[in-house]
Design a protein around this ligand. Structure first.
Ligand SMILES: Cc1cc2nc3c(=O)[nH]c(=O)nc-3n(C[C@H](O)[C@H](O)[C@H](O)COP(=O)(O)OP(=O)(O)OC[C@H]3O[C@@H](n4cnc5c(N)ncnc54)[C@H](O)[C@@H]3O)c2cc1C
Length: 175
């Protein structure tokens, strides 16, 4: 992690957990906004004033509270919390399993110095604007091309770029 001089003592990374429509059974009453409501609930669970809930990575994996926390680059500050209880269980379980695997591939990843903060919830859009798979146009509005991350078809730079290229190709083909 580098603010300017590439001399920060920290290495920062965001870890993304998958959420499938089948994980949102309890939110179906919210219809197409089910994912948005789920996102709001996750954010509420992690809200702790200005401080971010945090836990040592090894403690998170072993589902025990952290008695102390190392310094982090998160300026408002952190407060010890049991993230394995704060996060929805299907997300906690997948992250706990993933960190063990990460450490097998990158020895030292699962260290006493590593700390996780919750929660960064704005990754992919929780809502998808429907489109035809053949023309990539909206299912009701001709020549409207829902595209990229905001429309729910990508998450991140590369998948957004690819979706943009695909939609642009369809638009050019229409003309
Ligand atoms: C701080 C940060 C860090 C990130 N880091 C990474 C990373 O390391 N790796 C990674 O893969 N992804 C990262 N992302 C995510 C990545 O930036 C997005 O997934 C990607 O940019 C989405 O591309 P997009 O083309 O779908 O949307 P955008 O890039 O959001 O493009 C949408 C465009 O539409 C324009 N627009 C909006 N409304 C209108 C309107 N009414 N009329 C005309 N134009 C409009 C906007 O100005 C914008 O230019 C990061 C995002 C943020 C915010």
């Amino acid at each position: 992690m580098s603010n300017a001089m590439r001399n920060s003592p920290y290495a920062n990374a965001g870890i993304v957990a998958q959420v499938h429509p089948s994980d949102l059974a309890d939110y179906q009453k919210h219809g197409v906004l089910a994912g948005l409501r789920f996102q709001q609930d996750v954010e509420r669970m992690a809200h702790n004033g200005l401080f971010a809930p945090a836990q040592r990575l090894v403690d998170f994996v072993q589902a025990r509270a952290s008695a102390s926390l190392p310094a982090t680059s998160y300026l408002p500050g952190v407060a010890s919390a049991s993230l394995h209880d704060l996060l929805p269980p299907f997300i906690s379980r997948s992250l706990q399993a993933a960190f063990v695997q990460f450490d097998k591939k990158m020895h030292g990843y699962l260290s006493a110095e590593a700390v996780i903060l919750a929660v960064e919830s704005r990754t992919s859009s929780p809502v998808r604007i429907p489109r035809r798979s053949d023309t990539l146009q909206h299912i009701q509005l001709a020549r409207l091309y829902p595209c990229g991350e905001g429309a729910g078809y990508a998450g991140g730079i590369t998948s957004s770029a690819i979706d943009g290229v695909n939609c642009a190709g369809k638009i050019v083909g229409e003309q």
